[in-house]
Design a protein around this ligand. Structure first.
Ligand code: PMP
Ligand code: GLN
Length: 391
């Protein structure tokens, strides 16, 4: 028989699914895949339930229900001072993943180069390749995940169609500084490139830092497609509601892709997310405070066990160095062993690289109840005690 897609056929199953399946099989404390263990605000869930009963439950506009598109425009103004025309510049999607796929399909042609920064979220490369795009990879490196500006500048060239940037960054938990973003904006303007901005963790930024959309930088208002996710902002990852803010000349082709990928997104969930986006500042600050406390609990616990812990400035994640812990030197093997032997699951950082990845760090997800984090730490302590005395 003829071969199936050369891009997808040989791909491994996404690491998040692999590790979550393994966690379920071994009943481990799953600190791998990024999802909270407490559902988001009841008010939002109730609004969805009521909207589902009241109806209509038929196809909404492919662009999303007006109320949610208006709410997305409002939060662009409220948080970032962006003036957005909800009718021409906002579209609702079935999760940020779909939004990113639509952006790639709508903007990239075969032979176009797309600049990416490793470590990167695993859906980017296959989607870009399927669209015929040619990835140009640069890296930020631990422990500080600093941007190598020379390398980034060298990755841009006459064929660069876009940069795909994730800020705050999964798994590095890096929040790009204003200076770095200004540099990236300068490159986009100089090379007439678009920016696909994966900003799903925009509201998960810690220690008083502020999320700065690349779209707010000089020359970028008309070059950026900014992607958000209600799943992250409201701890409802299973809902898969995303939204894109982009100027009309970008959103029009992106919407043409969306119309043949999912076409629409469940209307009752959209009604509820619109309500959530309009919550007062206390919701957003309370959400950050809760996550910061969880980050601190897990980070302190890991440090107590002897792990060097990398800074986490944003997102759901904190990473730990495994070298010198006596656990082995291959992060994937270590994650498998910890799942089976310690009953705790993490994600190997090497999964976020294309070639020649670092293998000495693993990612933990901290958006879990304290007692779950504590149980994970207790199990790790027990296993490490064993591993150390055996060493
Ligand atoms: N981008 C990044 C960096 C993510 O971590 C995630 C989380 N799954 C997504 C996109 C996808 O978000 P969604 O669940 O809304 O599709
Ligand atoms: N973004 C989540 C993570 O990094 C997982 C989402 C998924 O499983 N696709 O863990």
């Amino acid at each position: 028989m003829k071969p199936t897609s050369s891009v997808f056929t040989g791909l491994p199953t996404t690491i998040f699914e692999v590790m979550s399946r393994m966690a379920a099989e071994h009943q481990s404390v799953n600190l791998g895949q990024g999802f909270p263990d407490v559902d988001g605000p009841e008010e939002i869930r109730r609004a969805a339930a009521e909207a589902m009963i009241a109806g209509p439950n038929q196809y909404p506009s492919m662009m999303g229900i007006p109320d949610l598109r208006q709410a997305v425009a409002e939060v662009n103004k409220r948080f970032y001072g962006l003036d957005v025309d909800w009718q021409r510049e906002v579209m609702v999607t079935s999760g940020a993943t779909e939004a990113l796929g639509d952006c790639i399909l709508g903007l990239i042609d075969p032979g176009d180069e797309v600049v990416l920064i490793e470590p990167l979220y695993d859906c980017y490369l296959p989607m870009i390749r399927k669209a015929g795009g040619i990835p140009r990879l640069v890296r930020v490196t631990p422990p500080n995940w600093e941007l190598d500006r020379e390398a980034l500048a060298a990755a841009f060239g006459p064929k660069t169609k876009a940069i795909l940037i994730n800020n705050p960054m999964n798994p590095a938990a890096k929040v790009f500084t204003a200076d770095e973003l200004a540099f990236i904006a300068g490159l986009c303007v100089a090379h007439d490139a678009y920016a696909i901005c994966d900003e799903v963790y925009e509201h998960l930024v810690f220690d008083g830092r502020k999320h700065l959309p690349l779209m707010t930088f000089p020359g970028m208002r008309d070059r950026c497609a900014r992607v958000g996710s209600a799943g992250k902002t409201f701890s409802l990852t299973g809902w898969k509601i995303g939204y894109i803010t982009a100027p009309p000349h970008m959103l029009t082709p992106i919407a043409k892709a969306h119309q043949f990928v999912t076409f629409t997104t469940p209307p009752a969930l959209q009604v509820a997310v619109a309500k959530g986006l309009r919550f007062g500042d206390d919701y957003y600050s309370g959400f950050i405070a809760d996550l910061e406390a969880k980050r601190d609990r897990l980070s302190a616990g890991l440090r107590r066990l002897g792990f060097p812990v990398l800074q986490s400035h944003g997102s759901y994640f904190v990473s730990a160095d495994i070298s010198g812990m006596g656990l082995g030197d291959d992060d994937f093997e270590v994650c498998k062993r910890l799942t089976v032997e310690a009953g705790v699951t993490a994600i190997p950082i090497s999964a976020f690289y294309e070639v020649d990845p670092p293998r000495n760090a693993i990612r933990f997800c901290f958006c879990k109840r304290f007692e779950v984090l504590d149980e994970g730490l207790a199990r790790l302590e027990k296993a490490l005690g064993g591993a150390r005395s055996a060493a």
